[in-house]
Structure formats: C-alpha cells, structure tokens
Design a protein around this ligand. Structure first.
Ligand code: DQA
Length: 156
C-alpha cells in the first residue's frame, strides 16, 4: 500500500469477543449502545476524516489474528477493542507486532477502575496508544488519534 496517506486512509476496526452483544450485555458497565451503532458512528467519523473503515467482529482469537495479518497492504492502521483477549492474548500482541501497522487500543469501560485481571493489557506495549473509559466515544477518540498519527507521520 502506498505511503501517500495525504488523502483517503483506510482503517481496520477490530472488535473482539462478546462485543457483538453490546446493548444487551452488562448495560450498567457497557451502556445501551449496540455494536451496529458504534460502527455507524465510526463510518460517519471516517467520512469527516476522509478515512475508509472496514469492521470485523469475531469471538475467535485465530480469526482476529488472521484479520490482522490480512490488513497488510489493505489498511494503514488498526483500531482494536480486543475485549477479554486484551488481557490474555499473546497471539494478538504478536500479530500486531508482526504486521507493524500503527494500532490504537480502545475500551468502552475504564479497565483500570475494574477487576485487577483487567489492569494488564498485552496489546498496550505494541499499540501507539490506548483510550479507555469513554463508552462509544472511546472509539471515536481512538479513530481521531490514529488518523492524526498517520497523517502526521506521512508528512514527517
Ligand atoms: C472491554 C473491557 C474488557 O475487560 C472486557 O473483557 C470486554 C470489553 C471494554 O471495551 O471495556 O469485553 O474491552
């Protein structure tokens, strides 16, 4: 893929396990917003930012690894909410390190206010940054940060 990212960018948005249940899943923690609504918000934000969005949700670790591999040559960066795999998956961490695409990690909830097992992220050390705790706005803010990073690095 061309390094010329002055105009249209393409971002892969990855949603991990159980995020397909948003809206019904623990609404006291994750709110009433559905995954479709989050994806719609991202496409709208993408239009403002001249950025194409491709969304993949999977409950299967290997499928997420494959999607990260397949992003090479197709997308300029990755926005990921790895769900519970955030806290368990060396494989996702290694895939992100292997493809070396700029990646932003997002979470709806503030993982540092929650159970201790959620305080560690395997993704964070290979991400350019993390946004946690702003509900669906975490995704919007994460997309803005990723696009800003990509445009800045393309112009030096
Ligand atoms: C989450 C936080 C994770 O700890 C949890 O396993 C999720 C959702 C979030 O968006 O707040 O599935 O990634």
């Amino acid at each position: 893929m061309s390094n010329d990212v002055a105009n249209t960018l393409s971002i892969l948005v990855l949603h991990g396990p159980n995020l397909n249940l948003l809206g019904r899943r623990e609404p006291g923690i994750y709110g009433a917003v559905t995954l479709d609504e989050i994806n719609h918000l991202l496409v709208q934000e993408g239009e403002k930012l001249q950025t194409k969005i491709l969304v993949v949700q999977s409950n299967h670790e290997g499928l997420l690894v494959d999607a990260i591999h397949d992003a090479v040559g197709q997308h300029h960066g990755i926005l990921i909410n790895a769900g519970a795999y955030t806290h368990t998956s060396v494989a996702l961490r290694d895939a992100i390190a292997a493809v070396a695409l700029p990646t932003v990690e997002v979470h709806l909830s503030n993982i540092y206010q929650r159970e201790a097992f959620r305080h560690h992220s395997f993704i964070a050390p290979v991400a350019i940054g993390q946004i946690s705790g702003f509900g669906e706005q975490s995704y919007r803010l994460g997309l803005q940060a990723l696009v800003h990073y990509l445009r800045k690095s393309s112009t030096g």
